[in-house]
Design a binder for this molecule. Structure first.
Ligand code: ZN
Length: 425
């Protein structure tokens, strides 16, 4: 793959949109936001908590300063609107989230919000408007740390908010409904957050990759093909417990040895399948002891792919292989895949436009699926959406050492500026 380490952009392209240096300005705002935390010394900003309040207030201030009209919806999503040449025109929505995990990095989510904001500020400074409005949205409920369910804000915007989650309670017993009311949100207004293709051109999200693919390919940015679908479940293997000293090897039905063979089979199959990942991340031997032949094993299986058909086909093949391995060892094999989430393919036209913008700006973009979930996936089947990933150091995320270089952020911002500039044509 070719190098993209911030070559000089070709002159005379992308009209008047790419003369700004965005990277440093965005990084400075991310630093400022990172100081807003629920905990001292580390970054923890949970949905509807005190730090979320302060971060939303700061982002709202920035939005107004960037020439946007600011509103907060019934799920505490902050929406800044930069009007079109004709007021009331459909909007391009640029969004991500400002909540974080505990002890988080400063780029996850916040990057997408601040990038949109900085781009609009540059447009406002030049008095540049488009036939479509630009809305920058800061969702607050992406990480799913405080409450069980997640994407409340983006799901509301997609018109698929599930009112049942209002009764979810956090660790302190506070319900989502109470937390929203305390935050000043009008819960009755949540249905009014719903967007449609009539009022929204599309949704674009800039996000750090949270993985090592772009770095390995020496690419600053990548256009996301799809947010992976996932299958998750539990495999239970039942053999026969026995005395480790008295049970001869040929009379054993060792559930843990079967598990070992199965784990390697899972790895082998996933390695052979393009863009599919499979993980056994947790294993237990209930009642196990150092001097006992393991009679029972419970282990997890997590399978992800940008293609639902591919994921299902591989899962079926794996299930047959796991049963066959267990069967050959006289071990029972129960497979319960309780969680299935469909893949969310990015819009082909919007993604092609992002790739064309990258090309025009002189930065080759990779294309890759997203292994992690994002707000964008809430719009599956409702609005066209696209995502632009930014290389992050060591693929590290959800960690204080999370890092994206200002030069790479600058590339993403320039590409998005060009994308916006050409969207009107
Ligand atoms: Zn995120």
């Amino acid at each position: 793959m070719s190098l993209s380490r911030n070559p000089a952009p070709p002159s005379g392209t992308a009209a008047d949109t790419v003369h700004d240096r965005f990277g440093a300005a965005i990084a400075a705002r991310l630093d400022e936001l990172a100081a807003i935390s629920d905990e001292p010394a580390v970054l923890t900003r949970l949905y509807l908590g005190p730090a979320h309040r302060r971060a939303a207030d700061l982002v709202a201030l920035w939005m107004r300063d960037a020439g946007m009209a600011v509103a907060m919806d019934g799920t505490a999503s902050l929406i800044g609107r930069y009007e079109a040449t004709t007021s009331g025109a459909p909007a391009l929505v640029i969004g991500s989230h400002i909540d974080t995990v505990r002890n988080a990095g400063r780029f996850d989510g916040n990057l997408g919000v601040v990038t949109g904001l900085e781009l609009v500020r540059a447009l406002d400074r030049r008095g540049k408007r488009y036939p479509f409005a630009i809305e920058v949205v800061a969702f607050g409920d992406e990480e799913g740390v405080r409450f069980t369910s997640t994407l409340g804000g983006s799901r509301a915007m997609a018109g698929r908010f599930d009112a049942a989650i209002l009764d979810e309670r956090d660790g302190a017993g506070v319900s989502r409904r109470e937390a929203l009311e305390l935050f000043g949100c009008d819960i009755a207004a949540i249905p009014r957050s719903a967007r449609s293709a009539a009022d929204t051109v599309g949704y674009v999200e800039v996000h750090i990759e949270q993985g090592p693919v772009l770095e390995a390919g020496d690419l600053a940015i990548g256009v996301v093909t799809a947010i992976n679908g996932a299958s998750r479940g539990i495999i239970e293997l039942t053999g026969k417990a026995g005395h480790a000293g008295t049970t001869p090897m040929d009379l054993r039905r060792d559930a843990l040895a079967a598990a070992a063979e199965i784990i390697l089979a899972v790895e082998r199959r996933a390695r052979a399948e393009p863009e599919l990942v499979a993980t056994v991340g947790h294993i237990e031997t209930p009642g196990g002891a150092g001097n006992t032949v393991p009679g029972k094993v419970q282990m997890t299986l997590d399978l992800r792919s940008p293609s639902d058909a591919h994921r299902k086909a591989v899962l079926e093949a794996l299930e047959a292989e796991m049963r066959s391995i267990a069967g050959s060892r006289g071990v029972g094999c129960e497979i319960a895949m309780s969680y299935q989430a469909p893949a969310a393919p990015c819009d082909a036209a919007l993604s092609a436009r992002l790739a064309a913008s990258a090309q025009r700006c002189g930065y080759p973009a990779g294309s890759l699926p997203s292994g992690a979930g994002h707000d964008a996936m809430a719009f599956r089947g409702i609005l066209p959406f696209a995502m632009l990933f930014v290389r992050c150091r060591d693929g590290l995320s959800h960690h204080p050492d999370e890092y994206a270089a200002p030069d790479d952020i600058d590339v993403a911002a320039r590409v998005l500026a060009d994308f916006i500039d050409h969207l009107a044509t």
